[in-house]
Design a protein around this ligand. Structure first.
Ligand code: NAD
Length: 278
């Protein structure tokens, strides 16, 4: 979708990090923006920034793990702007630790946001986008963790591999019906955002459990993301991918070569090497 100006973008997880950078970049491209997040205070800050940029926008509180709230987000987006052209299923959370040490609530929470959030977004928006018959694009924020497995992050890894599969399936389904809607799987490496403090938005009825393995990986994530790419760089990669109609969008140039090594290991019946999350 080359032409962005005047078109409508919806971004989930727009209160912070990559989502906020996407919302601001889209506004900078002259798009009308629906910024959604579960966290009221940070969403308000994004609204202030969009306002300062003289953007045409609206904000909405939305927990993407709840299909009813995502449906209401879609209704509100169409009520406000009459169309949606660019959907960014971006909201995501992280919980770390060894697979057998973590409580079930970790999996419910992380899969609820990172996988079900993407599915709810697809199910509520894509039928409306198809009915509008306009050109469109869906960007799902996956992760390098949706392509390469690593230890100490099972719930996140599983959610992102599944989100990648959902994104690839969506692209095949839309192509199969000849829809004018492109799809991008955004697969960043480390980005300097609030992802390491995801627990700030963890629902009280899905409590975590402090275990040494989880604390270890969360500390590592804090350090790695602190050295990571700036979210604005990621927003630039997304705009370029949307315009070019590219399915896979990387932020780190070394990843294509890592995919080759992964394939070679699998072809040899070996466990693929761990890829540094940098
Ligand atoms: N930061 C990284 O290194 C990195 C790398 C690869 C992929 N990602 C992915 O990027 C996406 C954005 O994360 P980020 O790094 O900007 O982190 P972030 O914590 O800065 O932003 C995530 C946003 O999602 C929101 N959110 C959390 N739960 C939600 C819910 N249930 N409903 C709606 N919004 C919710 C948060 O309030 C926050 O504003 C996530 O999908 C994450 O997995 C991040």
């Amino acid at each position: 979708m080359e032409h962005l100006e005047g078109r409508v973008a919806v971004v989930t997880g727009a209160g912070s990090g990559i989502g906020r950078a996407l919302a601001l970049r889209f506004a900078g491209e002259g798009m009308r923006v629906v910024a959604a997040d579960v966290e009221a205070e940070t969403l308000e800050q994004t609204a202030d920034l969009l306002g300062a940029a003289a953007a045409e926008f609206t904000t909405r509180l939305c927990d993407v793990a709840d299909p009813r709230q995502v449906e209401e987000l879609a209704e509100a987006s169409y009520d406000t702007f009459g169309a949606v052209h660019l959907l960014c299923n971006n909201a995501g959370v992280f919980a770390g630790g060894l697979l057998w040490e973590r409580p079930l609530e970790d999996f419910t929470w992380v899969l609820g946001v990172n996988l079900w959030g993407v599915l709810h977004g697809i199910r509520s928006f894509v039928p409306r986008m198809l009915a509008g018959s306009d050109e469109g694009h869906v960007v799902n924020t996956v992760s390098a963790a949706g392509l390469f497995d690593a230890p100490y992050a099972g719930a996140y890894q599983i959610s992102k591999f599944a989100a990648f599969a959902a994104t690839e399936t969506l692209a095949h389904d839309l192509a199969a019906v000849g829809a004018p809607i492109g799809v991008t799987a955004l697969c960043p490496g480390a980005v300097d955002t609030g992802i390491a403090t995801s627990a700030r938005n963890r629902p009280a009825d899905l409590p975590g459990r402090a275990t040494p393995d989880a604390e270890f990986v969360e500390q590592m994530l804090t350090e790695t993301t602190g050295r990571g790419a700036h979210p604005d760089e990621v927003a630039g990669v997304v705009v370029e991918a949307v315009r070019a109609g590219r399915f896979l969008a990387f932020t780190h140039p070394g990843y294509p070569a890592r995919l080759v090594e992964q394939a070679q290991a699998r072809m040899a019946g070996l466990l693929p090497p761990v890829v540094a999350y940098e």
